[in-house]
Design a binder for this molecule. Structure first.
Ligand code: FES
Length: 120
């Protein structure tokens, strides 16, 4: 049986067009009062942490490079916005979450934290 991650989907906005993307292809959103970055790459949206896992640089001030990595403005470490992998090789991991655009809004996938179903 293929492993499938479970998410609790929470509504971030009424539509993606409500987000204000800068020229860096990053918009700032909020969930439960906490800031979260939304990155746009090849017409897809990805959510990732507001602060860099290295030394808390504000990733909303970074940019998305040509390969779909967020580049931190402080020390230029790069992280894949789809996997969180530290592609510049320093060994950190960026928290990231899936985003879905649905007819009724923009949703953020938070990992399911309840009890696992018996077949997992
Ligand atoms: S704080 Fe982001 S690379 Fe150092």
């Amino acid at each position: 049986m293929e492993y499938q991650r479970l998410y609790n989907w929470v509504k971030l906005a009424g539509a993606a067009s409500e987000l204000e993307f800068g020229p860096n292809q990053i918009a700032l959103a909020a969930w439960d009062g906490r800031p979260i970055c939304i990155g746009r790459y090849k017409n897809r949206l990805f959510a990732f942490a507001y602060k860099c896992p290295h030394a808390s640089g504000l990733l909303s001030d970074g940019f998305i490079d040509a390969l779909g990595n967020v580049v931190c403005p402080l020390h230029r470490y790069r992280f894949s916005i789809s996997t969180g992998h530290n592609v510049s090789g320093e060994g950190y991991r960026l928290r990231h979450w899936p985003v879905e655009e649905r007819p009724d809004g923009l949703y953020l996938g938070l990992p399911f934290t309840g009890p696992a179903p018996p077949d997992l």
